[in-house]
Write a protein that binds this ligand. Structure first.
Ligand SMILES: [Ca+2]
Ligand SMILES: [Ca+2]
Length: 294
């Protein structure tokens, strides 16, 4: 059952920045068909249609990552580079985690068991790879203009979890560029091996500078190995988000003020920054972010 509504009152209790408003899209069910209507409604809200172009771009309005095209060289038991989806396949996101890296699950037919070695716990939404942080239940999603190191924001983010069994342990938090919490929501419980969709779309122009995903309480240590034998383990499938937009004001804004020479100067500086970003992207640090924001 899809539930869609605008959350306002609950957010007023969070922080001083709680004028933020988001439309929530959420559902949970036993299989992909059960949550597909919610995923489709989220797609319609963000825009871009249903046919992916290059680098997971949908009409220049939305990006998606389903992990399924990641080559074996970057899949379990090999770690996925944190900047894979801004360098190898530039989609404007770089991951970080307090853990020790990221894994995309293996395809069938290889030496490494599928579904991170837990075929009785996980299932896919999009066949056949899944995603997880390693040695942590936290994944931070940081946004960039695709293929550059220019900081960007988005206005919508959603994802699919599998195996959410305990309420309150799996959730997403949105932060603005000043690291203020502007949205937080628990994923719906689907039960063992089920799928849960959780997404939110800004309705008041809010800019999401970072998304923190907390997936369960347990951790994946390596294929078939959990952090402990007790706590709820949860991993992820498809990510969907609005096209990332530069956090730097566009030169056209300055040009409108009538100070043409200043505008030209700013535009040149911006182009310079872009060129530098392109050159330096392959050496951008990928070390995990260790600090924990409020
Ligand atoms: Ca997938
Ligand atoms: Ca679980």
């Amino acid at each position: 059952m899809m539930r869609r509504f605008t959350i306002v009152a609950a957010l007023l209790a969070f922080t001083a920045t709680t004028h933020a408003q988001f439309t929530i899209f959420e559902s949970a069910g036993a299989n992909a068909a059960a949550i597909t209507p919610t995923r489709d409604a989220f797609r319609v809200a963000v825009g871009g249609g249903a046919v992916a172009g290059a680098n997971g771009s949908f009409g220049g309005l939305r990006r998606e990552i389903n992990w399924d095209g990641v080559p074996d060289a970057f899949a379990d038991s090999n770690l996925l580079p944190a900047n894979f989806f801004n360098v190898n396949s530039p989609r404007g996101v770089v991951f970080s985690t307090p853990g020790t890296g990221f894994l995309v699950s293996a395809n069938a037919g290889g030496a490494t068991p599928i579904l991170f070695g837990f075929p009785n716990d996980f299932q896919v939404f999009s066949a056949q790879r899944l995603f997880t942080a390693v040695n942590s239940n936290i994944t931070d999603v940081n946004f960039f203009v695709p293929g550059t190191n220019v900081t960007a924001t988005t206005t919508a983010f959603g994802l699919i979890f599998t195996d959410v069994e305990v309420a309150g342990l799996t959730h997403v938090d949105f932060f603005d560029l000043n690291n203020n919490l502007i949205f937080s929501r628990d994923a719906l419980v689907g039960g063992n091996q089920a799928l849960s969709f959780l997404g939110a779309v800004a309705t008041g122009g809010e800019q999401i500078g970072r998304v923190r995903i907390t997936s369960g309480l347990n951790t994946i240590v390596s294929n078939g190995v959990l952090g402990n034998p007790i706590d709820d383990v949860v991993v992820m499938d498809d990510f969907l988000y609005a096209e990332t937009i530069s956090a730097v004001p566009e030169p056209a804004t300055l040009a409108l003020t009538g100070i043409g020479l200043v505008a030209i100067g700013a535009y040149g500086y911006r182009r310079h920054r872009r060129r530098r970003g392109t050159r330096s992207r392959t050496v951008r640090p990928t070390a995990p972010r260790l600090e924990s924001p409020a």
